[in-house]
Design a protein around this ligand. Structure first.
Ligand code: ADP
Ligand code: MG
Length: 321
């Protein structure tokens, strides 16, 4: 089958996965283009690992489909598996093996053998920075080196697509930086999907972020797009002195303004102060109108600001129901 430039590398369509009573995925759809580094961001239990395992043919979906370069992963699991390098969540390292033998073993499993494999091992070792520890027993390596050996095994058959499930979990801060740099480097020639529950990780590593929560996608875009989408009409936050005012009365005044969309009370931890969030109707910045209104009403104005969300805020907003 020929693949046009417009065909995405990976197409995930309406994926559902049920484990007994647990509905881990509830209709996930997205696509990934060749060469993208995409981050799956979501809290623990969101369904990230489940989705990655289905994509890499480790488990079948309950329903829905995954296509890699137009091929259905279930119908063509053999061909598809060759195209993936996979770093599972808890890397099943053979800890008694010498690193070199481990890479040799995995290489053979993936169909790389003989002279090709003998040439390939030092290449991936070099790329992953494990050349110096190839002679060591895997179990005696530091967590950072073990993770690198794991990356090397994922790369041994030179896959087009690299799937990394929480690649930096358990690493110290220096190792985290090293692994992220390595991932970016690997992403130059490959399509990479990584999952993480750590927000800054996707910011520094990924071209695109898919936020997943309770088995559903709640946002999908570049870090910048996500910020812009949320910021196109940011709500205005108004803080005034309570001064015997009832919040209901203030709300009804706010809601009565022709320029105001909706308004709600926001909890404040301070006695004597009240805070409101006002959505403006148009794309206008409603701060000045809010200030004029507060003055006309003789409210004791303490603060007016626009609520621009950072990615952390977007994540919180996207994942709260
Ligand atoms: P994440 O990787 O985002 O933390 P997972 O995909 O591991 O999420 O899990 C999603 C949900 O599915 C969780 O509620 C988890 O407990 C459940 N789950 C995952 N794997 C299994 C399994 N093999 N059997 C039963 N439930 C599972
Ligand atoms: Mg997981």
């Amino acid at each position: 089958m020929s693949q046009s430039a417009a065909t995405p590398m990976i197409e995930v369509a309406d994926l559902w996965k049920r484990y007994g009573e647990i509905e881990a995925l509830k209709g996930i759809s997205f696509s990934i283009n060749k060469g993208e580094i995409v981050g799956f961001l979501g809290p623990n239990g969101a369904g990230k690992s489940t989705c990655l395992k289905i994509m890499t043919c480790f488990i079948p979906p309950t329903s829905g489909s995954v296509r890699i370069g137009g091929l259905d992963v279930q119908e063509h699991s053999r061909a598809v598996r060759k195209r993936f390098g996979y770093l599972p969540e808890s890397a099943p390292l053979y800890t008694d093996m010498v690193a070199y033998d481990y890479l040799k073993f995995v290489g053979a499993l993936r169909g790389v053998t003989g002279r090709k494999l003998a040439k390939r091992i030092p290449e991936v070792a070099e790329k992953c920075g494990v050349t110096d520890v190839l002679g060591q027993v895997v179990g005696t390596l530091s967590k950072g080196y073990r993770q690198r050996v794991c990356l090397a095994q994922a790369l041994i058959h030179d896959p087009e697509i690299l799937v990394l499930d929480e690649p930096t979990v358990g690493l110290d801060p220096n190792q985290v930086v090293e692994i992220r740099t390595l991932i970016k480097d690997l992403g130059r020639e490959r399509t990479v999907i990584l999952s993480t529950h750590i927000l800054p990780e996707v910011l520094v590593t990924c071209d695109r972020v898919v936020i997943i929560h309770r088995g559903k996608i709640v946002a999908n875009g570049t870090p910048q797009e996500l910020q812009e989408a949320q910021a196109s009409n940011p709500p205005v936050v108004l803080r005034i002195g309570a001064d015997g005012l009832s919040s209901e009365a203030v709300l009804s005044t706010l809601r009565g303004q022709p320029w105001a969309g909706s308004a709600r009370v926001r909890p404040v931890g301070l006695a004597g102060e009240m805070e409101f969030e006002i959505a403006s109707k148009g794309a206008d910045d409603a701060r000045e109108r809010t200030i004029s209104l507060a003055q006309a009403q003789k409210w004791r104005l303490l603060e007016v600001r626009r609520e621009l969300l950072d990615l952390e805020g977007i994540f919180r907003k996207s994942t709260q129901e």
